[in-house]
Design a protein around this ligand. Structure first.
Ligand SMILES: [Ca+2]
Length: 246
């Protein structure tokens, strides 16, 4: 089909002006997003007896989190080296990466945690129970409830907040579960002061409430299920979570 030259020129002008308009409309500049990982006071300082419902207190000497791909503001950040978030930051969290994104208000961020390793001890009435656990489980956190507002030339923060107290919840479903340690302490069957994975695998969940998670029968399975719920954003922002591996 032959299009008359004038019409072609008109179309070209129209397309050119449309593309200029689109550029102008979107060009609000760009800024930086710094991704941090923060374990709150619970991980940096531990859980006091006041934080727990049954008088145990818990401290962590290591809480190493490996963050996989992070997506924020339409930009992807590749997997990062493991980071020990038990190290004190006085509320700042640990920066792990930064990325340039268009200025604007960004939602729908998501991230992956591929591994959590923690060691520490719980104490009550002069009894100490140590633990050294690794959850080698890839968990994807998506549709996170936060807005990351980026201004041209400025720096914003996207914080992955790790809620360690979930390991000590007595329910997988309650709105306000109790934070307790007694059942885990009692799992130390040989009473050597170390609560091992094997001992937890051999201990029934007892009175803990698994809700509809019918496959959670022993305390190791319990901790693995709670491990999937650790990831939040900017403090208390929730994300949908899904285990990508067992
Ligand atoms: Ca033991």
């Amino acid at each position: 089909m032959n299009t008359p030259p004038n019409t072609r020129r008109l179309w070209a002008l129209l397309l050119l002006s449309m593309s200029l308009w689109a550029c102008g409309d979107e060009d609000n500049g760009q800024g930086e997003v710094v991704v941090t990982v923060y374990g709150e006071d619970f991980i940096e300082s531990g859980l006091n007896a006041d934080d727990m419902a049954d008088g145990w207190s818990v401290t962590f000497d290591r809480f190493v989190v490996t963050v996989g791909e992070v997506s924020v503001g339409g930009a992807s950040i590749p997997a990062q080296a493991p980071i020990d978030i038990s190290v004190q930051t006085d509320g700042a969290g640990h920066p792990i990466a930064s990325v340039q994104v268009p200025a604007g208000a960004h939602t729908s961020s998501n991230f992956v945690i591929t591994r959590v390793e923690l060691s520490g001890a719980a104490t009550k009435d002069g009894v100490t129970k140590a633990f050294d656990w690794t959850f080698d489980q890839e968990v994807r956190y998506s549709a996170c409830e936060t807005t990351t507002t980026v201004t041209d030339g400025q720096s914003a923060t996207f914080q992955i907040t790790v809620h360690a107290d979930h390991f000590f919840y007595d329910s997988l479903v309650a709105e306000e579960p109790q934070v307790v340690f007694q059942a885990l302490a009692d799992a130390d069957a040989d009473n050597d002061g170390q609560i091992t994975r094997e001992e937890l695998e051999n201990t029934d969940i007892g009175r803990y409430d698994p809700g509809s998670a019918g496959d959670v029968n022993d305390l190791w399975g319990w901790l693995t299920a709670q491990n999937q719920t650790l990831g939040h954003v900017d403090g208390e922002g929730h994300c949908d979570f899904q285990a990508l591996t067992n």
